[in-house]
Design a protein. Structure first.
Lengths: 677, 95
């Protein structure tokens, strides 16, 4: 049953997201019946699968939610804002119940009390269900071809009839039909169950591990074919299931077996059942354990290294045929790497959608009217990046709502729409991804930031900084400008943590603000963390690798330029740094030739001066280990085919280093006294 | 009169072993008492095996007494409408 639990947990997470999305959409467009149906289906599926997985607390609670949505579906309940709020809280509670179930925890008192309180609040929204009195009808008798005496006579006319014939190998699939029948009994009243053992061989002939049984079940209650079908969804491919609605049963009485009933929902194995919802994930998708993908990626990484080693060897041996053969191999490895990486790519839209709820709740809390727009949700990036970007995004979105968007009154005075807008946007740019959090609020208060930065001694009192430079100060450790410390943000921990988290992903974050117009936070991230296309360069005996996508061009450093920190390139000033100096590379001889690799990041260019240009390579990046944490500008190590180690350059960090050096220069210039000292 | 004790677990993983035991027990002449108080886990594979056993006993005209069946067993048989086949009565409680 563990498999069943796992399927349930995955499905529950998806369906709870779907339910929440639908509720939020309903809040915006209460008339949308399609959305009501979506919400109902999600609740319905959660109830069904939780019941089957024995997560009874979940199914019991979801039942009430489903009932309210059912009334809504029938037009007997209106999705009023209060009700939506309550249902969203119920969704949260369902999340908590699922988590408790996943952790194998008993419900604690708090959770139980929360459930009861929500149940009570839901109660008024449940108009009394239609009385399910059935008119008495002739009792049916069991005519199933088994040797059993008939079960207590049920009143079949108001019963659904379910006829189930199990496939022989159903036990091997880890499904116990007894549990499914028991679960059906929680949805309605099991009036009669007859076990059909006609096909059961003699004890000495049977294979005890195969199934030979069938069931004829009469069940009464507020059911529909879809509900019953879903009870047996897990075994749908392995059994014959025939569901006959109440009145047809009555007509067909006493033909319990109903071989060819006139109209009925016959669900043959593999048959696609019209408008009934298909179980999630049954399409052309396959759920794969994330660990397996990680393992695959590791193997591909090893293969890339081994391939490079073989190529290096063949190049040394000068064996043309071998080199040719290895060339083909390495092309295939590259394709393999591409598709392995592709498998790990997920759309960022799902992450964006989660913020709908955050924005809704926070704006209610603050009494602001804010809508969240998203664009570029289909942009894909590595799943590990998506997972790790969620927290920084959360902080930035909260920040925009809390500090960015002004109160409605102020917005009106400024001639803006009362409703504020926060936009989450994503797009690809130069082998990486750019995520922006935009708001149309008041923008950053440049004066206040500078004042605060001076007060906290982040910059000297008489520093002359440009507006953009001042804005970036909000990412400095211990910086917070909120006049009021609210529950949402502004506790002084924040932007620096955001920046650190993003830097840990080899990304950068910048802010662009216009007073009175709004603020844009721009996050740039690499698509993946594990394997990249790199450009290998050398200084002395040391090897360095630069991400290929940021390499603009390579040029020879001329004598004329070699003395200063700037050179002219295409008529522009290009600052450059010597890797030899930067990393203190020891080499006996001064290089004959120096090359400049022009790298480009976040719209800035800088030249890296190196001695050897080795060319493109696929690089598997390994972490450096804590010992090297203090070294700025290195993001990892790479094992080369020759067995040597190359260092992976963290270009954003290098650029920061150049910036800081420049700033220090500026500061020193503005402090002539210090320069003398 | 002979005795047979059912193990606590009668599930898909246990049925192959149990089938051997039951095959011998079918041959017992006269009344056989099946001690069923220990059964705490049973799935449909287990129930199916018991049905086959009970049918085989009945076919031989041999009496079988299900002694002190556990609540788990009674509940499972009751759910499937099988109590009369085993000469058992529903218990007050289920689950």
């Amino acid at each position: 049953m563990e498999q069943l639990t796992e399927v349930f947990l995955t499905e529950a997470a998806d369906q709870l997201d779907a339910l929440e999305d639908a509720l939020l959409a309903l809040e915006r467009e209460p008339q949308d019946t399609a959305t009501i149906h979506t919400a109902f289906r999600a609740a319905h599926t959660i109830k069904g699968s939780s019941g089957m997985a024995d997560a009874h607390a979940v199914s019991a609670f979801t039942h009430a939610v489903e009932n309210v949505l059912d009334l809504m579906r029938d037009g007997r309940q209106v999705p009023e804002p209060d009700l939506i709020t309550l249902l969203l809280q119920c969704t949260d509670h369902m999340h908590a119940l699922v988590d408790a179930f996943a952790g194998g925890n008993e419900l604690d008192g708090r959770l139980q009390a929360a459930g009861e309180s929500l149940g009570q609040r839901l109660h008024p929204w449940l108009t009394p269900a239609d009385a399910a009195d059935a008119t008495p009808a002739a009792a049916s008798s069991a005519t199933a071809g088994s040797a059993h005496p008939p079960a207590p006579a049920g009143n079949a006319s108001d019963c659904w009839h379910v006829s189930l014939r199990m496939g022989a190998e159903i036990f091997q699939r880890g499904v116990d039909p007894v549990r499914l029948i028991r679960y059906l009994g929680t949805l309605g009243e099991l009036v009669r169950v007859v076990t059909i053992d006609d096909d059961l061989p003699e004890l000495d002939d049977m294979d005890a591990e195969l199934s030979y049984l069938g069931f004829e079940i009469d069940v009464r209650g507020q059911l529909d074919a879809g509900t019953i079908e879903e009870v047996f969804a897990f075994v749908r491919g392995d059994c014959e299931l025939t569901i006959t609605p109440p009145r047809l049963c009555a007509d067909a009485t006493p033909a319990v077996e109903a071989e060819t009933p006139p109209v009925q929902a016959t669900l043959a194995p593999k048959a696609d059942s019209g408008n009934a919802p298909r179980p999630h994930g049954a399409r052309d998708h396959l759920r794969v354990d994330a660990d397996k993908l990680d393992k695959l990626m590791d193997l591909v990484g090893e293969l890339v290294i081994a391939g490079a080693a073989a190529s290096a060897l063949s190049a040394r041996k000068r064996d043309a045929e071998l080199t040719e053969a290895l060339h083909v191999v390495s092309r295939r490895i590259e394709e393999l790497r591409e598709s392995a990486m592709q498998m790990r790519m997920v759309e960022i839209g799902a992450t964006f959608n989660r913020f709908q709820r955050v924005v809704r709740d926070l704006s209610h809390e603050l009494g602001k009217d804010i809508e969240l727009l998203t664009t570029g949700g289909e942009t894909e990036l590595d799943k590990s990046v998506v997972e790790q970007i969620s927290d920084p995004l959360m902080h930035l979105v909260r920040n925009s709502i809390d500090h960015g968007i002004e109160p409605a009154e102020l917005r009106r005075q400024r001639g803006k729409l009362a409703r504020g807008q926060v936009t989450l946007a994503a797009c690809h740019e130069g082998g990486g991804i750019v995520i922006q959090i935009r708001d149309d609020g008041g923008g950053l208060n440049t004066d206040r930031i500078l004042a605060k930065a001076i007060e906290r001694k982040l910059v000297p009192a008489n520093a002359t900084l440009g507006e953009t430079e001042i804005h970036q100060l909000i990412f400095e450790p211990g910086f917070s400008t909120a006049d009021q410390v609210t529950a949402l943000s502004g506790r002084g921990v924040g932007m620096d943590v955001v920046r650190r988290n993003i830097q840990a992903l080899r990304g950068t974050v910048t802010v662009d603000s216009r007073a009175g117009e709004g603020c844009i936070f721009t996050i740039r991230l690499p698509l993946t963390l594990a394997i990249i296309d790199g450009f290998r360069v050398g200084v002395g005996d040391a090897h360095f690798v630069i991400p290929l996508e940021i390499v603009g061009e390579c040029i020879r450093l001329t004598e004329r330029d070699s003395g200063c920190a700037y050179m002219t390139l295409h008529g522009e000033m290009l600052p450059y740094v010597r890797l030899r100096n930067l990393f203190d590379v020891m080499a006996d001889t001064r290089p004959q030739v120096e090359n400049v690799v022009v790298v480009q990041h976040a719209g800035r260019k800088v030249g890296l001066v190196v001695e050897h240009l080795y060319g493109e390579m696929q690089a598997v990046i390994k972490p450096m280990g804590r010992l090297f944490n203090h070294i700025q500008g290195l993001a990892g190590s790479i094992l080369l085919g020759s067995g040597e180690i190359a260092l992976f350059l963290d270009v954003p960090a290098l650029l920061r280093g150049v910036d800081e050096a420049e700033r220090a220069e500026t500061l020193v210039t503005s402090h002539p006294t210090r320069r003398q000292a | 009169m002979s005795h047979l004790s059912l193990p606590p677990e009668l599930r898909i993983d246990d049925v192959a072993e149990l089938q051997k035991v039951l095959l011998e027990a079918v041959q017992v002449h006269g009344c056989l008492t099946v001690e069923a108080a220990d059964v705490c886990e049973i799935d449909l594979a287990g129930v199916q095996l018991l049905i086959a056993f009970q049918r085989a006993r009945s076919a031989l005209g041999a009496e079988t007494v299900w002694q002190a069946p556990s609540a788990t067993l009674v509940s499972a048989l009751d759910l499937m409408g099988l109590l009369p086949m085993f000469g058992l009565e529903p218990q007050g409680e289920t689950h």
